[in-house]
Write a protein that binds this ligand. Structure first.
Ligand code: BGC
Length: 472
């Protein structure tokens, strides 16, 4: 299908507005790295309280992601995005106007619920409204929005360091994308796939005609109807024998994305840079902006090369780079006398780590969880994998400062480096190459019970005997 220019701009607009949920995910998780330095000036905070301020968002996100599947099925994708934009606005107002630590935590919990639901719903909505030719790129567009949100949060942190009540301003700016999402959603259609599921085929048809800028959408509509004609499955079925291996893979990818330490940097970078000798809050936040920029640039690289180079090379080389840079950071903290050399070693190794994460585990998790699950269980299984990511994010971020106090930065980073080594071995043995194959091929291979590593293989059309003759 040739995608007309007008329909292309419509779909970019629709995806762009939905990806504002990704931008809010990045902004609201990133903003805390700088804001924390100022919140602790206004309130007396124990280590546990600081960790809780950072991780309350994650706790909310865990619950949000668990509820997402049911909510989006019942209220519609667009309906749920509308609700979460309201949650973003409410949570931000509570945190911004807080006079007690408890209100900051409450506000951030609400924001977290919105992030958790949004991290599931936005890619789903984009995938369901996009024409299939553009789907891969548009799904990764969501990860790009996350990194842009993180980068913006660092700029805002920097811009407001010298302003009175700085942390309130830092939180408050989050209202802008939330309002844009809210207003933008009034111009977006409901997902045609969801409408068909609700039995409203006429509305689904009209929506598709608008989205594709064409009256001739019968083929696509029939495909949607056929794909939904699969039997209804219960949640329990995601644990059935043929699905278990891919479910485990999704859970492991969520686990590995987090235990290799990404958010110790994303949420605590200014704290780490201060430990490495950057004295003022503004200079360490300035170094953190560099982290935000390289994260975005490296994600652009990933979006461009994922399909060309393939998932596995990027993933495996990225993990090597992540492990080595964390080991270097660990050595820098161990052997440096705290002078300028440590500062630069910390900055350089952190940058290399972020670049490697962005083109490997960063882009891969969200892409792979939308690829590896068979259609009939995709929603529920994806929810479990996304939950695993938020759960481990919570565990790592809420223990990082305690870990630093208990074993020091050098050992802490060595621990994350060893998780990278484990991740490398696991991914080398288990992660399939999924580029260049359709989702239906992947599903057919899973049904044939091929080993995980092989589920991304194109289906061989030749008979087994011919195939074995050819391979000698
Ligand atoms: C991860 C987040 C992380 C972000 C950094 C995302 O893929 O899920 O936890 O903060 O990447 O860019």
């Amino acid at each position: 299908m040739d995608i007309a220019k007008k329909s292309r701009s419509a779909i970019y607009l629709v995806s762009g507005i939905a990806a504002l949920a990704g931008l809010l995910f990045g902004f609201d998780t990133g903003i805390i790295s700088g804001a924390l330095l100022f919140v602790e000036k206004d309130f007396v905070l124990s280590t546990a309280a600081k960790e809780f301020i950072v991780s309350s968002v994650l706790l909310g996100a865990m619950f949000g992601s668990l509820a997402s599947g049911r909510l989006t099925d019942r209220y519609g994708r667009r309906g749920i995005l509308l609700i979460i934009s309201g949650l973003f606005i409410t949570g931000t107002l509570i945190a911004t106007l807080a006079h007690q630590v408890a209100s900051i935590i409450l506000g951030r919990l609400i924001i977290g619920v919105a992030i958790g639901i949004g991290s599931y719903t936005a890619p789903l909505y984009i995938a369901e409204t996009a024409p299939f030719e553009l789907r891969g790129g548009l799904v990764s567009f969501n990860q790009l929005a996350i990194t842009i949100g993180i980068m913006c949060s660092y700029f805002i942190d920097f811009a407001f360091t010298d302003t009175a009540g700085s942390w309130r301003w830092m939180f408050a700016i989050g209202i802008i994308p939330a309002v844009l999402l809210f207003v933008g959603l009034f111009f977006l259609p409901e997902s045609p796939r969801w409408l068909v599921k609700q039995g409203d085929v006429a509305k689904a048809k009209a929506t598709l005609q608008k989205l594709r800028n064409s009256a001739d959408v019968n083929l696509e509509l029939r495909e949607i109807e056929n794909s939904l004609n699969t039997r209804k499955v219960s949640f329990k079925e995601i644990f059935s024998a043929w699905i278990r291996p891919v479910l485990f893979l999704g859970i492991m990818l969520g686990f590995l994305q987090q235990v290799t330490g990404i958010n110790t940097i994303i949420y605590y970078a200014p704290t780490i840079f201060q430990m490495a000798g950057f004295e003022s809050a503004s200079s360490s936040i300035f170094a953190t902006i560099g982290v935000g920029i390289v994260n975005v640039l490296s994600t652009v690289f990933a979006v461009y090369f994922l399909d060309k180079v393939g998932r596995r090379p990027l993933l495996l080389w990225g993990l090597v780079g992540m492990g080595l840079s964390l080991a270097a950071l660990s050595l820098a903290f161990r052997f440096s006398d705290g002078g300028g050399a440590l500062q630069w070693a910390a900055v350089v190794s952190t940058f290399i780590y972020i670049i490697c994460f962005a083109f490997s585990l960063g882009a891969m998790l969200w892409l792979m969880v939308s690829e590896i699950f068979p259609l009939e269980v995709r929603g529920a299984a994806m929810g479990v994998a996304v939950f695993s990511c938020w759960f481990w994010n919570f565990v790592v971020s809420s223990t990082f400062l305690t870990l630093l106090n208990a074993i020091g930065p050098s050992n802490a980073f060595l621990l994350y480096a060893s998780m990278c080594a484990f991740a490398f071995v696991y991914c080398f043995l288990q992660v399939p190459e999924t580029s260049g194959v359709s989702l239906e091929q992947i599903e057919a291979n899973i049904r044939k019970r091929l080993p995980l590593r092989e589920i991304g293989q194109p289906i061989l059309t030749s008979s087994p005997s011919t195939a074995s003759e050819m391979s000698g």
